[in-house]
Each structure stands twice: as C-alpha cells, then as structure tokens.
Design a protein around this ligand. Structure first.
Ligand code: NAG
Ligand code: NAG
Ligand code: NAG
Ligand code: NAG
Ligand code: NAG
Length: 420
C-alpha cells in the first residue's frame, strides 16, 4: 500500500511540476513504461491527459482572447504602412508570459510568437522612373505571416528613393524659319523652300528634332502655251490668256466694312503675276478684253487674296483684313498617372486660315507623328520623363503664334495600394 501511495503521489508531484518545470513533465510523458505496473502507467497517463486538458483549455482561452484583440483583424487587412505598436505590445505583455509559463511543454510545434513580426527580404528595385536625369524607384517587402496569430511587422513595407541616370541629352534649338526662297520655276508649278538652322549651345548637344527645311508648291499657273486654242476670244500676244476684244468688265473693290479700297491689283488667276488693272480712289477698276467666265484674283496689302469668276460685265468684290494668327484655345495643364494618356488641344484662327500647327515640349519641336490632326497633341502611355512644359504654334501664310504653356505632371503609379 505504501508503494501504491507512493506511486500515487509521484504522478501528482509530476503534475505539480508541470506547472513550473516543463522539462520534467515532458520526460515523464515520453519515458517508456518499463515496469509492468499497470496502475502506475494508468496514473501517469491520466495525469498527463489532465495536464493536456488544462493546457488545451488555457490555449483556447488565450486564442479567444487574441481573437477579441485587433491583432486578428489586422491580419486580414492589407499590410498597413506601419503596424500598430500597441497591438504587439499588448500581446507580448499579456498573452506572451502566460503561454510560456503554462503551456510551453505542448507548444513545441507552435513557438510563442516574438513581439515583432519578421520581414521577408526586400524585393529588387523597380526600374528608375525616368530615362535620364533623376527619377524615382521603389522596392517592397512583405511580412512573413502564416496565420492570424503571427505578429504584425513593424516599419515600412515600401521604400522609395531617387535614382540617377546619365544626364539628360540637350537638344539644339531651331531658329525661326527663313522666308520662302524664290520659286525654282516661273510657271507650270514648282517648289520653293524655307529653311531654319539648328543652334547648339555646345558641341555635345544633340541635333534638333524635325526637318531643317520645308517645301511648298509655287508658280502653279500654266506656262505660256502658244499652241493652245481659245474657246472664246483669241490668244494674246504672250500666249498667256484668251482675250475678247469687245468685252469690258467694270468692278469695284470694297473692304469688310464696305469702304472702297484703292491700289488693289487685279490679274487673271491663270497669270497672277501679270497685273491687268489697279483700283482707283473709289475702288473702281476696268478690265478690257476680258472674256466671260474668267477667274480673276484680287490682291492688296493687308487683305487676304480673293478669287472670283467674272460672269457679268460688272463685279463687286469684298476683301477681308489679313488677320495675324491668334490663339482661341490654349492647352490646359494636366496631371496624369504613369501609363495614362493625355491630349492637349490648341486652336487658332487667322485670315487666311491656319495652315499648320506645331507642338513643342520645353521649346523643342515634337515629332509631328504625335499630332497628325494638327491641333490636338496626344501622348499615350505617359512616363515620368513626359512631364514638362508644352505649347503649340499655329502658322498661317501671314505669320505664326505661340499658345500659352501647359504643364504635364506625370505621377508614379500609386505605390500604397494593393501591395501585399
Ligand atoms: C518591436 O519593434 C519596435 C519598432 O521597431 C521596437 O521599438 C521594439 O523594441 C521592438 N520590440 C521587440 C520586442 O523587439
Ligand atoms: C474709278 O474707276 C471707276 C471705274 O473705272 C470710274 O467709274 C470712277 O470714275 C473712277 N474714280 C475716280 C475718282 O477716278
Ligand atoms: C498601377 O498599379 C496597379 C497595381 O500594381 C495596377 O493594377 C495598375 O494597372 C497600374 N496602373 C497603371 C496606370 O499603370
Ligand atoms: C491610351 O490610348 C491607346 C490608343 O488610343 C488605347 O489603346 C489605350 O487604351 C489608352 N489607355 C488609357 C489608359 O486610356
Ligand atoms: C481635339 O480637341 C478638341 C477639343 O477638346 C475636341 O473637340 C476634338 O474632338 C479633338 N479632336 C480629336 C481628333 O481628338
């Protein structure tokens, strides 16, 4: 009986030890039962089971407690910028010690979490958000967490710094266009050129973007053809036009507010260089020997050219003032995220009408494939290096005008979203 009591007591001692010295408990639990004493074995087993039950109960209680804290809630969220320090402090001071004192023996496979979570290694840097000069790049890391019980990592999960690339190339700057050169033919249609010069501030500057010359058709009228036959009238001496000797056309030229215009030149449209008449003080002119249905062109300094078909013996022509090009719609500043598209609009008017638009970034002409329509500049899939100052230039036969500048600001794609 003594031995039995003694045997009875030993497991109890072991159970008491369980509360403080886990190594003993563990030893008893795993020690092979060498004695055939079934009671001893039973008692040991019963004690261990009781211990396990206690441990499980405590674990459940702890688990419930953890669940009620915001730690689990945090786990389900995308990783915040900074984990809340209060969360980890609460866990380490309240649940931590309880775990280690009472249940450590059975938590060998789930060690008590450390106060702060562990970060995975930083990922590699994203490419520099610029092609030259200074840009930004970013790298990310994730928190090593396998369950809701794992602690939140402290600190930033994203890091952004500047990155420097080769210095940005400097482009030359075009001078303004020269005037149109003399036409290469006097009749029959030819071309003439205007040119501009690329000015570089240093020999290392890159060539200007765009062409150094533009060509335009000129002297499109027919060359004198002495073999041509006239449907009405007879061919004149220099073989440039048919003349109807008995015809006289009287005309008057006025401006946009009906004031007669003197010194306007009248010529056949087919021979515009040969002035046939000039208006007098009251705007009148007389064209002798002009056949009907002939096209005449009226030109005068300060007014846009007018072409009319003479269908009767009297003709009234109204001329409108030449208007230097003027901007009617300036491009507006825009902010875009990388990868988005942007369109800048520019509109101008003039008399004669605007013939072409050009776009410049930072004063440098942009390749005109970017604005096939002329007045709208569209940039697709913008990058940080597209940021800058944009403006347009509207050109007409009598001049050119620049729009106001618009700023394009391209921002990095938001790095604070969806990064876990
Ligand atoms: C946890 O991280 C915070 C912030 O880095 C630090 O102040 C604290 O000392 C850390 N706690 C432990 C137990 O490492
Ligand atoms: C101007 O020319 C018209 C047409 O030839 C003529 O009738 C008119 O008298 C002229 N006026 C003057 C002031 O010469
Ligand atoms: C911005 O980043 C998010 C997430 O990485 C991505 O889904 C989205 O397509 C990106 N947007 C642009 C405009 O690149
Ligand atoms: C940008 O424009 C291109 C071509 O028009 C189009 O395919 C693309 O969807 C546009 N992108 C955005 C972000 O609107
Ligand atoms: C150019 O911009 C104007 C003004 O926003 C717009 O009305 C027009 O539709 C655009 N044209 C094209 C071809 O996108």
């Amino acid at each position: 009986m003594d031995t039995n009591a003694n045997k009875k007591f030993r497991p109890f001692n072991a159970f008491m030890n369980l509360q403080t010295e886990r190594s003993d408990v563990f030893e008893i639990a795993v020690k092979p039962v060498s004695s055939p004493n079934r009671i001893k074995t039973f008692l040991i087993a019963a004690t261990v089971i009781t211990g396990i039950g206690l441990v499980v109960a405590i674990s459940v209680a702890i688990a419930l407690k953890i669940k009620s804290s915001d730690a689990v809630h945090k786990y389900n969220q995308p990783l915040g910028k900074i984990g809340k320090t209060t969360t980890s402090t609460t866990r380490s001071t309240t649940t931590g010690p309880q775990l280690s004192s009472s249940t450590a023996g059975l938590t060998t496979t789930t060690p008590a979490p450390s106060a702060n979570g562990t970060w995975n290694n930083w990922g590699s840097w994203t490419s520099c958000g610029a092609t030259c000069g200074t840009g930004y790049h970013t790298r990310y890391r994730t928190c090593l967490r396998t369950s809701a019980n794992d602690p939140i990592c402290q600190g930033e999960y994203v890091e952004t710094t500047t990155c420097s690339l080769a210095t940005c190339p400097v482009y030359g700057v075009w001078t303004t266009w020269s005037g149109w050169a003399v036409c290469d033919v006097t009749c029959g249609g030819g071309t003439h050129l205007r040119t501009r010069v690329c000015q570089k501030s240093s020999s290392s500057d890159l060539d200007c973007v765009g062409s150094w010359s533009q060509s335009q058709a000129c002297n499109r009228w027919s060359c004198p053809d002495c073999s041509q036959t006239c449907t009405t009238g007879v061919l004149n001496a220099d073989c440039t036009a048919c003349e109807c000797a008995s015809n006289t056309v009287q005309g008057i030229v006025r401006n946009h507010v009906n004031v007669p215009l003197n010194e306007a030149s009248i010529a056949h449209a087919s021979v515009p260089y040969k002035t046939l008449a000039t208006t007098n003080e009251t705007g009148g002119f007389v064209l002798d020997t002009t056949c009907e249905a002939v096209e005449v062109v009226i030109t005068r300094a300060g007014y846009a050219d007018v072409t009319v078909v003479v269908t009767s013996t009297t003709v009234t022509v109204q001329m409108s003032l030449t208007e230097y090009p003027a901007i009617s719609m300036n491009p507006k500043s825009r902010v875009r995220v990388q990868g988005e598209n942007v369109t800048f609009c520019c509109e101008a008017y003039g008399n004669p009408a605007i013939t072409s638009y050009e776009w410049m970034k930072g004063g440098v002409l942009i390749d005109d494939t970017k604005y096939p329509d002329g007045y709208n500049l569209t940039l697709n899939d913008v990058t940080i290096s597209d940021s800058g100052e944009y403006k347009c230039r509207a050109n007409s036969p009598v001049g050119a005008v620049y729009s106001a500048s618009a700023l394009l600001t391209v921002k990095c794609n938001s790095t604070l979203k969806n990064k876990n």
